[in-house]
Design a protein around this ligand. Structure first.
Ligand code: C5P
Length: 289
């Protein structure tokens, strides 16, 4: 078996509405998910050991280790019937962990893609294993831009906006234990909405509206961490045309039509309390730059 290399890109949520709580404990959502060029790189090779061995390099590897889904995905494929020998895995992390950018889910999807032939031989659809690993995993097995509903796993592919939209990401240096579950729990039912704002925005693609629809998590995040208001304001002061939250946070982002303008905004954001990155929407053709 040969060495396999997969790119695992991050995503942003262009709006996220929570409609209500379902009988299974998950929340019904509407969100537009867009892949972006920020990515991890995962290399798989047969292991000389009897177990999978994972090494992590790149930024905050110790945080990434905690919620890593690569080994869970390998095991889930084996349980589903795929014949996969022990792997030596190198995960080069660039996507900050538990930041709202979908890094762990994307790692899981990339692992499923790497072993697609083994899954096919076992007669198992990657998305079946993917949905059991997390609500965002099916998106990373799907298109570049999607309208998500259900718990996030029901997807309608949207026409991709023209390339050249640049994204400035600001990730505050805070750790939120059990982040996704605790952020859903922090949303008051009074803030639930119909989903119409996100669905209306989705209808406008590929001409994405200049400003994303609301993200219901933003209110909950700012109530839990009021200090983040200052970070949000510093983005506006740096020239951001809007500031939006991705996923359950805590990464905020803005967009810019040109790389130059994006880097100008990024260069103005010098606080040590956050890490700033510049990326672009990624149309999935070729390797992310
Ligand atoms: O699907 P995932 O494993 O990412 O979800 C983590 C947790 O977030 C779930 O156990 C659930 O508590 C919460 N969640 C939710 N509604 C969703 C997605 C996640 O309540 N649509």
């Amino acid at each position: 078996m040969t060495r396999r290399v997969e790119f695992a890109c991050a995503k942003i949520n262009f709006g996220l509405e929570i409609l209500g709580k379902r009988p299974d404990g998950y929340h019904e959502i509407r969100s537009i998910l867009c892949r972006i060029s920020l990515h991890d790189t995962i290399t798989f090779a047969p292991s000389h050991s009897e177990v999978d061995i994972l090494s992590i390099s790149g930024n905050d590897p110790e945080v990434a280790m905690e919620d890593n889904l690569v080994v869970l995905a390998l095991n889930a494929m084996r349980v589903a019937g795929a014949c996969i020998p022990p792997q030596q895995v190198n995960l080069e992390k660039c996507i900050p962990a538990a930041s709202g950018l979908g890094g762990a889910s994307s790692n899981a999807a990339a692992t499923l893609r790497a072993f697609a032939p083994e899954l096919e031989r076992a007669g198992v659809a990657p998305v079946t294993v993917g949905s059991s690993l997390g609500s965002d995993v099916p998106f990373f097995l799907n298109g570049a831009v999607c309208l998500a509903s259900g718990r996030g796993e029901r997807l309608i592919q949207l026409p991709e906006p023209p390339q050249g939209r640049w994204i400035i990401l600001a990730t505050p240096s805070i750790a939120i234990p059990a982040k996704t579950a605790s952020m859903y729990a922090a949303v008051s039912p009074e803030w639930w909405s119909s989903g119409d704002a996100v669905e209306t925005a989705a209808q406008q693609f590929p001409e994405a509206p200049a400003t994303p629809p609301r993200n219901t998590f933003e209110r909950a995040l700012l109530r839990r961490f009021p200090d983040l208001r200052a970070m949000r304001e510093s983005m506006i002061a740096a020239g951001a045309p809007f500031v939006a939250l991705t996923g359950a946070g805590p990464t905020f982002y803005t967009m810019s039509p040109s790389e130059r303008a994006a880097r100008q905004i990024a260069n103005h954001l010098t606080s040590t309390d956050m890490t700033v990155r510049v990326a672009r929407l990624w149309n999935c053709s070729g390797a992310p730059a």
